[in-house]
Write a protein that binds this ligand. Structure first.
Ligand code: DGY
Length: 309
C-alpha cells in the first residue's frame, strides 16, 4: 500500500496505481500529521513533499509496515533522517531531474530583480503607467557583471552555464573546488571574505542543512558590494531575513529575488512591502516536465526500496 500525501500529476498517479494499491490523502496547505497517521494502516511506502514535516515523533509513530518514505524533492531537511535510519525506514528523493528547472528559476529571479520586472508589472496593473520615458523604471544590465554562486552543485553549474551565455563572469564559493571540467573557468573562492566583495549578483544554490543555516547574515551582507543583488532558490533558512530586509531597505542590497523562505508559507511579513524584492512562492521545480520526472524518480526509489536485495 502506497500512501500519497499530496495531489500528484495524473501520469505519475496512473503509474503509482499500476504498481501499488494507493491511498491518496490529497492534503492541501499545512501538513496534517494526525490525518497521515490515521491512514497508515497496512502502508509500506509513503510519497510526500517538502511541506510534510516528518519529525522523529511522527516517524516513530509510523507502523512497522512502513519501509520507505519517498519525497517529491531533492531536499530532505523536512525528514528526520536519523529517526528514519533508526527505524530501518529507507528514504528516496529526486536529485538530478530538477536541476535545469531550478536554475531557470534562479535566472528568472536574477533578470526580474535586475530589470525591476515585479515593480513594473505591479505599477502597470495598478493603472499607474504614464508611458515610456528615458528615465522611467531603470534597471541594470547583467552583461559584464559578476555572478557569485554559493553552492556550485548540479543546479549551480547549470546556472553558471546560462549566465556565461549572458556574458557574466562566474565566481563560486564551495567547501571544495570543482575539477576544471566542471568549473568551466569560474573563479573559486575558498573563503566568503574574498567571494562576497567580488560580486554584483549573489545566487544561493546551496542545500538546506545545519552548515548552511544562517549563512547570509548581517556580517556577510555587509561584505557584498553596495548595490549587489541577492537571489535565493536554495533554502530559506540560509538567509537571515531581518538582515536581508534591513539591507534591502537601506539599499545596500539593491534588490532580491526569492523563491524559498524561512517558515514557508508564512514568510517574514517585512518582505511584502519591499518594492525591490521579487517574491515567488517556491516554484523552482514547478514545471509539468520536471514534476513528472520527479514523480517517476520517486516511484523508482520506492520500487528499489521495496524490492528484495
Ligand atoms: C526540492 O526539490 O527540494 C525543491 O525545493 C522542491 O521542489
Amino acid at each position: 500500500m502506497l500512501l500519497i500525501t499530496r495531489e500528484i500529476l495524473p501520469e505519475v498517479l496512473a503509474r503509482a496505481q499500476a504498481e501499488h494499491e494507493v491511498r491518496a490523502l490529497n492534503m492541501v496547505g499545512p501538513f496534517d500529521a494526525a490525518k497521515l497517521l490515521a491512514a497508515c494502516d497496512g502502508v509500506d511506502a509513503i510519497l510526500c513533499n517538502t511541506a510534510d514535516k516528518f519529525t522523529a515523533g511522527i516517524i516513530n509513530a509510523l507502523p512497522p509496515s512502513v519501509k520507505v518514505i519517498a519525497t517529491y524533492s531533492v531536499g530532505t531537511e523536512h525528514l528526520d533522517l536519523a529517526a528514519a535510519a533508526a527505524r530501518g525506514i529507507k528514504i528516496a528523493n529526486t536529485p538530478g531531474v530538477l536541476d535545469r528547472a531550478t536554475a531557470e528559476m534562479s535566472l528568472l529571479l536574477l533578470l526580474m530583480a535586475a530589470r525591476r520586472a515585479g515593480e513594473g508589472e505591479r505599477l502597470l496593473r495598478a493603472g499607474k503607467w504614464r508611458g515610456i520615458a528615458p528615465t522611467f523604471l531603470l534597471g541594470h544590465d547583467v552583461a559584464g557583471k559578476t555572478l557569485g554562486i554559493y553552492g556550485m552543485g548540479r543546479i549551480g553549474q547549470v546556472l553558471a552555464r546560462f549566465a556565461r551565455g549572458l556574458d557574466m563572469t562566474i565566481h563560486y564559493h564551495n567547501r571544495t573546488r570543482l575539477p576544471p571540467g566542471l568549473e568551466q573557468g569560474a573563479i573559486y573562492h575558498e573563503r566568503a571574505e574574498t567571494f562576497l566583495p567580488a560580486l554584483d549578483f549573489l545566487s544561493i544554490n546551496a542545500p538546506g542543512n545545519p552548515s548552511t543555516t544562517g549563512w547570509l547574515n548581517a556580517a556577510r551582507l555587509a561584505q557584498l558590494k553596495p548595490g549587489a543583488i541577492v537571489i535565493n532558490t536554495g533554502r530559506g533558512p540560509i538567509v537571515d531575513d531581518e538582515a536581508l530586509i534591513a539591507a534591502l531597505k537601506s539599499g545596500h542590497v539593491r534588490a532580491a529575488g526569492l523563491d524559498v523562505y524561512n517558515n514557508e508559507p508564512d514568510i517574514h511579513p517585512g518582505y511584502y512591502a519591499l518594492e525591490n524584492a521579487v517574491l515567488i512562492p517556491h516554484l523552482g521545480s514547478a514545471t509539468i516536465e520536471t514534476r513528472t520526472a520527479m514523480g517517476h524518480l520517486a516511484l523508482d526509489g520506492i520500487k528499489a526500496a521495496l524490492s528484495p536485495p
